[in-house]
Design a protein around this ligand. Structure first.
Ligand code: FMN
Length: 293
């Protein structure tokens, strides 16, 4: 067997592991090409691994709370594979096409299994990431950015940059100089201590989708509250408690665990309540339906 020299060992250990989570089913589409383009500008040695999220088998959460209570998830699918690969990576690039004013549903499927994020949070917390949505029609990005942000925030990732790139046809994202330049800049930021801050959006987290109240706005991502001045600048009112140090994120897990206790305490009443509804209506489904466990 060939011996590894100390020098190549050192090189290997210094090699950055970059993971691209590509949420587009389109091969050689914008999500894939742009993630690869960013990687080409990473300084030093690196290994780029890509996962096509739309090819993963991600089943729906059953809401059993096993993972919240530190027991294994009973669902057998690709979530463990995905979370393991995220924990192994030094940096993550998440790309998604905008589909009907949302990110691709692969992202939502993963978010729906987000209780599992707590099982890896200690390893994923603070890992740098870049989030990019690709879209075809001016301003029609809907809630797509917020979906990628939610995934990053709930995994405790450090968002270095968060942007939307207009590119409709496959490959269009890497066909113009301005975008190629963006890829270069993003590669620099991925492994630097700096981040590209949004000029607009929630003053706590940058999310652009808010709930409107009488006194101002509630951010739909971090739940921070803020208002605007007559001149249009933002004034923070109160942080929302969703973003923050690891302990704070794990505190929410403890709150969820207590919900299971509340359920157990109320179980008899819950069962008595649901029984009269059990046989109302008729469930219908396609004749040749595949069973989803
Ligand atoms: C089913 C479908 C829905 C789409 N919905 C939107 C949309 O709501 N807004 C938009 O701007 N572009 C929309 N697009 C365009 C894609 O976001 C765009 O082509 C993107 O570059 C695709 O990325 P990809 O090449 O990595 O697959 C849609 C495309 C498809 C196929």
């Amino acid at each position: 067997m060939k011996k590894t020299s100390p020098v190549s060992k050192q090189k290997l250990s210094k090699s950055k592991k970059v993971l691209a989570l590509v949420a587009s089913p389109r091969q050689s589409g914008n999500c894939e090409l742009f993630a690869k383009e960013i990687s080409r500008h990473i300084e030093g040695t690196y290994a780029l691994k890509l996962i096509r999220l739309t090819s993963l088998n991600i089943k729906p959460c059953k809401g059993c709370y096993a993972c919240i209570l530190d027991k294994p998830c009973p669902i057998e699918d690709d979530m463990n594979f995905l979370l393991n690969k995220i924990t192994e990576a030094d940096a993550i690039i998440i790309t998604s096409p905008v589909y009907y004013l949302s990110a691709n549903s692969a992202i939502k499927k993963i978010l729906d299994r987000g209780f599992l994020f707590y099982t890896v949070l200690r390893q994923t917390y603070g890992k740098p990431c870049i989030l990019i949505n690709f879209y075809g029609i001016k301003d029609r990005i809907g809630v797509a950015p917020q979906m990628l942000e939610t995934m990053a925030v709930m995994l405790g990732l450090n968002i270095k940059a968060d942007l939307n790139i207009r590119a409709a046809l496959p490959g269009e994202a890497v066909m113009n100089k301005a975008n190629l330049n963006k890829a270069k800049i993003l590669a620099k930021f991925l492994f630097s201590s700096k981040q590209i801050k949004r000029e607009s959006g929630c003053p706590f987290c940058g999310c652009e989708i808010v709930r409107v109240t009488k006194g101002g706005f509630i951010c739909t991502l971090c739940h921070g509250t803020f208002r605007t001045t007559a001149k249009g600048s933002f004034v923070k009112i109160k942080a929302g408690g969703v973003l923050g140090p690891l302990d704070q994120l794990l505190h929410h897990k403890a709150w969820l665990a207590n919900m299971k206790n509340k359920f157990l305490a109320k179980k008899k009443k819950i069962v008595r309540t649901i029984i009269p509804y059990k046989d109302i209506g008729q469930w219908i489904e396609p004749a040749n339906k595949e069973t989803v466990e």
